[in-house]
Write a protein that binds this ligand. Sequence first.
Ligand SMILES: Nc1nc2c(c(=O)[nH]1)N[C@H]1C(S)=C(S)[C@@H](COP(=O)(O)O)O[C@H]1N2
Ligand SMILES: [Mo]
Length: 320
Amino acid sequence: MLIKKPHEIPPSEITPRHIWERRRDFLKVSAAGLGLAATAAFTGTGLARASATGIIEHIQPSPYSTDEPLTSLEDITSYNNFYELGTDKSDPKANAKFLRPRPWTLKVDGECAAPGEIGVEDILALYTQEERIYRLRCVEAWAMVVPWVGFPLGDLLKRFEPTANAKYVAFETLFDPEQMPGQRRKVLEWPYREGLRMDEAMHPLTILSTGLYGELLPNQNGAPLRLVVPWKYGFKSIKSIVRISFTETEPHATWNRMQPNEYGFYANVNPEVNHPRWSQRSHRMIGDGWLAKKHPTLLFNGYADQVAHLYAGMDLNRFF
Ligand SMILES: Nc1nc2c(c(=O)[nH]1)N[C@H]1C(S)=C(S)[C@@H](COP(=O)(O)O)O[C@H]1N2
Ligand SMILES: [Mo]
């Protein structure tokens, strides 16, 4: 049982009070109980909106969290980049209803001894879900602080027994133009693809996210499984993943292949390496408004102590 019945829900020590109050409101009006298909029923109630697809139980707090103020759920779920659901920031929320995140199977293959498939319900049941407050810093110089729910990607990867040839990990998003109307136009090569070096993928800061604000991921944020790599620009955090492959050579990454001079494979947040069309020295927090003061951007998005060693000896101007 992954989704709690209303009477089983205890008060939480980790989730802020206003979230619990919002959840209670949601439960009050939820005649059908939690689970799938709640979205449509709540359109227009002003309560659960697109996010209320279910509460994740037994979430542990994480020592990796930042203590920055959180971006609101409203902003996290209404200002998105997800080209499969449209190219405007407001499109993913509007088109979220087309994506069906259950049932959902992740295939893992490539350079590993135990390739296979795993369903998203099993992933939720097998791995302890943690709440980790991470900043997501987009290459377009905006950022959000999100209480992600997820678990270390490495915990899942180990299960498939990567071989010594596994030097990289490749990720693929679902391709299905019925669920992802943005795929009817070739604005990007579909499916969206991303990749990490093996040591980056195994780093404990790299998580596979299953939710945010204590609930299953809203579709527009990449349901049911999305990557979060907090020291890299947002485009590395690939959404709605259906396939993970271990590879010997550097995998195809959508934005990198499309505009290699603008989007590097590594895409580490770095104020010293500008995007060719704009500075990367500072960013705005979504929710502060476009006139608000910008914040100075930190190397590796503030995670230098944890990850700088991964790039020792590398020229970050070349491997950007
Ligand atoms: N499949 C897929 N994943 C994607 C994208 C996309 O268009 N398709 N956009 C990326 C970009 S550019 C960013 S900034 C983040 C945005 O995540 P958010 O909408 O949850 O804030 O998702 C990333 N993951
Ligand atoms: Mo982005």
